[in-house]
Design a protein around this ligand. Structure first.
Ligand SMILES: [Zn+2]
Length: 100
């Protein structure tokens, strides 16, 4: 699935929660209706939040940074405060910036 499709599903999920919140019954054709309840509201809202975090996680941008001292490349997420792992106290530079 691509990003916009994921966001569309998230939107549906969130709208379900909002509809429940306003006490609107959702008709699902043959399977009947979803009657609003506190439990369903909580479930739909929790699912929306979890799904949102999931989307953010799988589509996060990979960022790489390079140390100007030892020229080693790191994934930005594995560094603490963007400092080089091998050289103490040296700030790494984002790889795009480095090759400018
Ligand atoms: Zn270094």
């Amino acid at each position: 699935m691509n990003k916009s499709l994921h966001y569309f599903s998230l939107f549906i999920l969130f709208m379900m929660a909002v509809l429940q919140l306003f006490g609107i019954e959702v008709y699902l054709g043959k399977s009947g209706t979803i009657k609003p309840s506190i439990i369903l509201i909580s479930i739909f809202f929790s699912l929306s939040i979890i799904y949102f975090i999931y989307i953010k996680f799988i589509f996060r941008e990979e960022k790489y940074s390079i140390c100007p001292n030892c020229e080693e490349t790191f994934n930005f997420y594995e560094l603490k405060n963007g400092k080089c792992k091998s050289c103490e106290g040296i700030d790494t530079i984002e790889i795009k910036e480095y090759y400018k």
